[in-house]
Ligand binder design. Structure first.
Ligand code: XUL
Ligand code: CO
Length: 443
């Protein structure tokens, strides 16, 4: 097997470039369904799916949880923080290139060492960013989005942009400013705001109106700075209802969209929808994606899945083909992901400790979305489901229904029509639709 590495050494030894071998392959380190150059609806699978590897889960999270210590042992670990960051970058680019994902995503402090000193934080970050740029140029891997971690450091325990103490906002702004500078250096397609601590723990100590306004101002000045320095990509708000806050202001897609509009950010911001965040909000992945598409607000996707028995944010790799099919159908109807991508904000389980498991987890996620794409394509090509949905609204496609949709019928006229109307019981055919979906999936 050919060796492949960037920098000085190979970290994922014995694993070469992951190839498409088809559904009959018994090689765990091969794609069964993701065939990057295969054309679907006039576009390659690679261009449809725009996969991205998340730095924080794949190269930083070591299996530590509230009940136990690290279980993952990373061969790139080094005691010197800057050497550690460079090694980690080399491991990341080796991994992403071998996997064949076109994109990656990171938080500032995933990639570069944090520091109590603001000057050192900036110096570290700009130096590592220059190295990331070199590795991007060498490998062709591109930045889907970056973000700033405004939730881990104790200074953010009461919020970042929504902290009641003004002095905290400045340090948060320094992080966002530097991340935007780095984004422009690296040619990022997007920049994400996920406000894990932008919420409250109790209403008894929180002025929610003021905090929300502070968040609106913070995002506006970040937008203004980004555009001024030449950031051409999309800003994203990533909704999540709770965890770590009791209540997060960007609760779900509908809430985030209302917020974006209220603060006049709709020309620059869209949503980054994460499956496990949607389910935590009591919705489905498909629901939050559809809310975004209906409002022209689908930006990007954090591709993962939760656990129906737990309810919390388990960030599992996506394997549920039913969900990926629903998602890809909505994405295809949206004309694709545009600047966005499918970013694996997902982690292997704590006891999946071999480095090969990191590949296997991503391969499964990529295959699940490839299957979703292929099935969604079948559903659209056949047209039966779309036709059934459309026919339910036929009464608005002719006669007074057309006038109503145009706003030309007032309440008195509508009530007059109601005197004559004799509504029938029309079946929604839900079970038939479910049965059809299974046929598309399994025939
Ligand atoms: C947390 C989460 C974050 C964001 C980026 O639940 O999803 O990792 O994606 O900050
Ligand atoms: Co996420």
């Amino acid at each position: 097997m050919d060796t492949y590495f960037v920098g000085n050494q190979e970290y994922f030894k014995g694993i070469g470039k992951i190839a498409y071998e088809g559904p009959k392959s018994d090689n765990p380190l091969a794609f069964k369904f993701y065939d990057p150059k295969k054309i679907v609806r006039g576009k390659t699978m690679e261009d449809h799916l725009r996969f991205s590897v998340a730095y924080w889960h794949s190269f930083c999270a070591d299996g530590t949880d509230p009940f136990g210590k690290a279980t993952m042992h990373f061969p790139w670990k080094h005691d010197d923080p800057m050497q550690n960051a460079r090694n980690k970058a080399e491991a990341a680019f080796e991994f992403i290139t071998k996997l064949g994902a076109p994109f990656y995503a990171f938080h500032d402090v995933d990639a570069s060492p944090d520091s109590e000193s603001a000057a050192e934080y900036e110096k570290n970050y700009l130096e590592i960013a220059a190295y990331l740029k070199r590795l991007q140029d060498e490998t062709g891997v591109r930045l889907l989005w970056n973000t700033s971690n405004l939730f881990s450091h104790p200074r953010y325990m009461n919020g970042a942009a929504t902290n009641p103490d003004f002095s905290v906002l400045g340090r948060a702004a320094l992080q966002v400013k530097t991340s935007l500078d780095v984004n422009v250096m690296l040619g990022g397609s997007g920049y994400t705001f996920w406000g894990g601590r932008e919420g409250y723990m109790t209403l008894w100590n929180t002025d929610t109106k003021r905090e929300e306004e502070h968040l609106g101002t913070f995002l506006r000045i970040a937008r203004d700075y980004g555009r001024k320095i030449g950031f051409k990509g999309t800003f994203y708000i990533e909704p999540k209802p709770m965890e770590p806050s009791k209540h997060q202001y960007d609760f779900d897609a509908a809430t985030a969209i209302a917020f974006i509009r209220k603060y006049g950010l709709e020309n620059d911001f869209k949503c980054n929808i994460e499956n496990n965040h949607a389910t935590l909000a009591g919705h489905s992945f498909a629901h939050d994606l559809q809310v975004c598409v209906d409002n022209g607000m689908l930006g990007s996707v954090d591709a993962n899945q939760g656990d129906a028995q737990n309810g919390w944010d388990t960030d599992e790799f996506p394997t549920n083909v039913y969900e990926t099919t629903e998602a890809m159908l909505i994405i295809l109807r949206n004309g694709g992901l545009h600047n966005g991508g499918l970013n694996f904000d997902a982690k292997r389980r704590r006891n999946s400790t071999e480095l090969a498991d990191l590949f296997i987890a991503h391969i499964g996620g990529m295959d699940a979305f490839a299957l979703g794409l292929l099935t969604a394509d079948k559903i659209l090509a056949d047209g039966k489901i779309d036709a059934m949905k459309k026919s339910r609204y036929a009464s608005f496609d002719g006669g007074d229904g057309v006038l109503y949709e145009k706003g030309l019928i007032d309440l008195v006229k509508l009530a007059d029509l109601g005197r004559k109307a004799q509504p029938k019981d029309i079946s929604g055919k839900q079970e038939l639709l479910y049965n059809l979906v299974n046929q598309y999936l399994f025939s």
